[in-house]
Design a protein around this ligand. Structure first.
Ligand SMILES: Cc1cc2nc3c(=O)[nH]c(=O)nc-3n(C[C@H](O)[C@H](O)[C@H](O)COP(=O)(O)OP(=O)(O)OC[C@H]3O[C@@H](n4cnc5c(N)ncnc54)[C@H](O)[C@@H]3O)c2cc1C
Length: 430
């Protein structure tokens, strides 16, 4: 018979997505004794851009240059939105503290205090975001100044076309031009994968070969755009070396998933949080939860996909950052959406027939994407009477109701700000 290990903590964060990582970062700042647990999340698919607030109202697709004005308007129009649980100064502090933390790592960000920045997407459209990975910043500058620019793609790298990007941008950026090359260290590979390419550019010799292949084509270009493959662990050093070899500013353009910036972000956070004494239990899930008479939770932990518990966590407080359907923080059944771990009430359309609009691309979004946990001002999930279900359970991130982060372009900001609010609230109960 195998014995079940028991460990304890003041706080347990369920989730290793953007919200769980941000919560761990804020908990570490307050030196809270914390365990974090989760399997792969949306992070490894994300572009690396940190959106704060871009579109409001959803139906109009109105894009805002100033995210703080957008948040003012949003919270006036929709007082149930999770941003409305926080003062604007708290959202600003959350973003500053999080970005300060990131700027001590190998994955630094650049942002303008009160302004969104226009950035490139993998298909050559332009979107607004708040904070831009340092590795992509020169692209935002080149786009703004319409600098002469070369964009390169590689034979065998799927779903990233320099020609498509240049064609899309040409009307507003006439001096952009595309180039396709063989990736020098690809060998006989037919298909190329961003992660492999990024690993290969960690080697100096491969960077020199790549620079030699690009150099004859630089011409008048002042900026060079490459798919996001500039190293997995030391992106700044990889980019700076290539810039020195080629004598132009270099920027990454996100690829579609799985994304190297997303992987970097995850690795960077895990390493930095480990150094701050956050006890991460990776690639496992909380399978069961019960509350004891002393108000401590007992969480049963096991392998992802298993039902057998191999570890118990006794914890005084929980931050639930389990995401929606992708992270499996919510489950959609035949008739209802439920929160599977604590059985918390889920705000949702009354009937399954109302989950989706007839038009898949409906600008105002699908009602299912506003489903989630309703919370009070202390970020505690509430019951039908608006009363907190547990005094020491708070929630953060995309599991929260009354927001559609994808359409509102507020994914990371919502995760970071609500994680900040959740940590501040749970601290008072520990
Ligand atoms: C393809 C894609 C692209 C994106 N691009 C951007 C972008 O450009 N800009 C931007 O700002 N945002 C972007 N985002 C959104 C952002 O990265 C976050 O995914 C989003 O903000 C939600 O984060 P979350 O932490 O709430 O949930 P998730 O990312 O879904 O994470 C939930 C976590 O909870 C864990 N979990 C759930 N249940 C349990 C359990 N019982 N036990 C243990 N762990 C559990 C999951 O394993 C997972 O780790 C993108 C997301 C995706 C998917």
């Amino acid at each position: 018979m195998t014995s079940i290990k028991k460990i304890s903590s003041d706080l347990t964060i369920i989730g290793t997505g953007m919200a769980g990582m941000a919560a761990a970062c804020f908990a570490a700042r307050h030196r809270i004794d914390t365990i974090q647990i989760g399997v792969n999340s949306g992070l490894i698919y994300s572009s690396g851009y940190l959106d704060l607030m871009g579109i409001h109202p959803m139906g109009t697709r109105l894009s805002w240059n100033n995210p703080w004005q957008a948040i003012d308007q949003l919270t006036t129009d929709n007082p149930d939105h999770p941003y409305a649980r926080l003062r604007k100064t708290e959202i600003k502090t959350a973003m500053h503290q999080f970005l300060d933390f990131m700027n001590t790592t190998e994955h630094p960000y650049v942002f303008s205090e009160n302004k969104n920045t226009e950035v490139l997407t993998p298909v050559g459209t332009v979107k607004q975001t708040y904070a831009v990975p340092r590795s992509m910043w020169a692209g935002a500058v080149a786009l703004k100044e319409r600098q002469p620019c070369l964009v390169v793609d590689f034979v065998g790298l799927k779903a990233f076309s320099a020609k498509q990007i240049a064609d899309m941008l040409m009307p507003r950026w006439p001096r952009i031009r595309p180039l396709r090359l063989n990736f020098p260290s690809a060998g006989a590979s037919v298909d190329l994968y961003p992660e492999q390419m990024a690993r290969s550019l960690e080697t100096e010799e491969n960077r020199i070969r790549l620079a030699n292949a690009i150099k004859p084509h630089i011409g008048e270009a002042k900026a060079l755009g490459l798919p996001a493959i500039l190293g997995l662990y030391t992106p700044s050093a990889v980019r700076q070396h290539l810039e020195a070899l080629l004598g132009v500013k270099i920027f990454e353009i996100p690829t579609i998933a799985p994304s190297v910036p997303g992987m970097r972000f995850k690795e960077t956070m895990e390493k930095a949080l480990f150094a701050q004494n956050i006890h991460l239990i990776p690639q496992k899930r909380v399978l069961s939860a019960e509350i004891q008479q002393n108000d401590h939770f007992l969480l049963g932990v096991g392998e992802h996909g298993s039902t057998s518990v191999d570890q118990i966590i006794e914890t005084r407080g929980v931050i639930l950052a389990g995401g929606r359907f992708l992270g499996m923080g919510l489950r959609a059944g035949r008739k209802k959406i439920r929160e599977p771990l604590f059985g918390l009430p889920v705000f949702q359309p009354e009937d399954r027939a109302l989950w989706h609009e007839d038009d898949f691309f409906a600008a105002r979004g699908h009602r299912i994407n506003q489903a989630g946990l309703e919370i009070d001002d202390a970020f505690r999930p509430v019951d039908a009477d608006g009363k907190p279900v547990y005094k020491n359970l708070v929630a953060a991130g995309s599991i929260l109701a009354h927001q559609d982060w994808m359409r509102q372009k507020c994914g990371a900001g919502l995760a970071i700000a609500t994680a900040y609010g959740a940590v501040a609230a749970i601290r008072k109960t520990l």
